[in-house]
Design a protein around this ligand. Structure first.
Ligand code: KG4
Ligand code: ZN
Length: 440
């Protein structure tokens, strides 16, 4: 087991806007070979998660405590409640991750924590706890951007599959430095807060990111959640729509892509987005911009025009008493009339069609032959089937995380921290939450 210097005192503080706040600490360099065990902590939204990952390539343990039951009755995340729930769960969740791994804190090489983007109060719980753990155990702290975490969820799964296939592990250096150089990839991060396209390029054992496209208003996951709420379905809405869409006709309601156009951008007016200043949309190719608020409004209009309001209202109490989405056609029909199932299927089909169209257009325009799709919405069945079919048709490689690693988890945070540990890029002592942290 590797011993660390007692002098973990950052000399210089980096305030880079493009990555999680970190400082390369000159007198604190991680010496290879260590065991490479990183404890990841994630509390950016409504999941309290802790995981231990070895060398960014093997998940030793992963624990996720979901707050769904707390927020479900409000139909969305209540930030204040999220912070309190994180505070309640953080110690047991970290303990469970250590117990599942059969490790003590003294076995670890570093602690990694999500520093943004996310809910400020929620992030602060994870950051404060991670700081205290790192300080008390004399371990380096690594700040991780949640979006980079989502991308590393795919890379972690790929390395785990390679290992299972018998490929040699990274005895020293990163896995990448020992494998053939990884190809650049176009990463679609599609979640409750983001629908962003990044060009991810390998660089000296790590990755650099360039923003290629993004939503100008709602994220795709947000649209799933809002449409589900409108239809009286459970929270979060994605899994409910995913489950019910299987029993509807995806062509019943002709949502056109014109409803997912980027009028604000094309008209030269500033786009309606909270962090438009930090990620200017004007410099992005309009063909790679998404907009999901139009289709959400179109669903609302359809519901009103077809008298589906009262039916949706009546569903709310039934859904609240049964947290699980229906899995059989009979159960789906017991919950929703066929016309509602058709509307749900048509909505999902249109959103996924738009994600496919713009993602593959961006890959083609950038000359990239590898696509990564990640984030909560990447758990969607139809999304995976159609992206996979389109990739095969175009001869492009495509990868997703496992469904468990698509939604928020801490294994992805620990995996993303591995290249930073190798580069001794540690968080500054004054690390704080950055709710609107960008990746590029
Ligand atoms: O990545 P994530 O867990 O948290 C964020 O970073 O936002 O993503 C959560 C989002 C929610 O909007 C949820 O409805 C959506 O992912 N989601 C899904 C599915 N599972 C989760 N959307 C569509 N189909 C799913 N199966
Ligand atoms: Zn996420």
């Amino acid at each position: 087991m590797l011993l660390f210097s007692l002098h973990y005192l950052p000399k210089r503080i980096s305030t880079s806007a493009t990555s999680a706040s970190s400082a390369k600490v000159a007198d604190y360099t991680w010496n290879m070979p260590g065991s490479g065990l990183i404890l990841g902590i994630e509390t950016s939204c409504d999941e309290t998660a802790a995981a231990i990952v070895e060398r960014g390539a093997r998940t030793v343990s992963s624990v996720v405590a979901s707050q769904i039951a707390t927020h479900a009755r409000y139909g969305g995340v209540v930030p204040e409640l999220a912070s309190r729930e994180h505070l309640r769960a953080i110690v047991p969740v970290v303990r469970a991750a250590l117990a599942e791994a059969h490790f003590a804190l003294s076995n670890l090489d570093a602690i990694a924590v999500t520093s943004g983007p996310g809910l400020a109060g929620a992030l602060l719980v994870g950051i404060t706890y991670a700081k205290a753990l790192a300080f008390a155990n004399n371990l380096p702290l690594i700040a991780v951007n949640h979006l980079e975490g989502h991308i590393h969820a795919v890379l972690l799964n790929e390395r785990e599959s390679l290992k299972q296939m018998g490929a040699p592990g990274p005895a020293s250096g990163t896995w990448e430095s020992e494998e053939r150089a990884p190809e650049p990839a176009l990463a679609l991060v599609v979640s409750g807060g983001h629908t962003h396209l990044y060009l991810a390029r390998p660089a000296h054992g790590s990755w650099t990111y360039t923003l290629v496209g993004r939503t100008v208003d709602d994220a795709a996951g947000e649209a799933f959640d809002k449409v589900a709420k409108l239809l009286g379905l459970g929270y979060p809405g994605g899994p409910w729509i995913d489950a019910l869409a299987r029993f509807g006709n995806p062509n019943a309601v002709p949502f056109s892509f014109a409803q997912i156009k980027t009028k604000a951008h094309l008209g030269g007016r500033p786009a309606r987005t909270k962090d438009a200043k930090t990620a200017p949309i004007a410099r992005l190719d309009p063909h790679f911009l998404f907009s999901f608020s139009g289709i959400k409004t179109a669903v609302l209009r359809y519901v009103e025009l077809h008298g589906m309001r009262s039916e949706a209202k009546a569903r709310v109490s039934r859904v609240l008493t049964n947290f699980k989405p229906p899995q059989t056609q009979d159960d789906a029909l017991a919950l929703c009339p066929q016309a509602t199932l058709d509307l749900i299927a048509s909505f999902q089909h249109a959103v996924i069609g738009d994600l496919i169209k713009k993602t593959f257009a961006a890959a083609e325009s950038l000359g990239v032959a590898r696509i990564l799709v990640t984030g909560g919405v990447a758990a969607n069945r139809e999304l995976r089937e159609r992206f996979t079919a389109e990739a095969a048709r175009r001869g492009v490689s495509i990868a997703y995380p496992t469904r468990a690693l698509s939604t928020d988890n801490a294994a992805m945070i620990a995996a993303a921290a591995w290249p930073r540990l190798l580069a001794s890029e540690f968080a500054a002592a004054d690390l704080s939450a950055d709710p609107s942290l960008t990746l590029a």
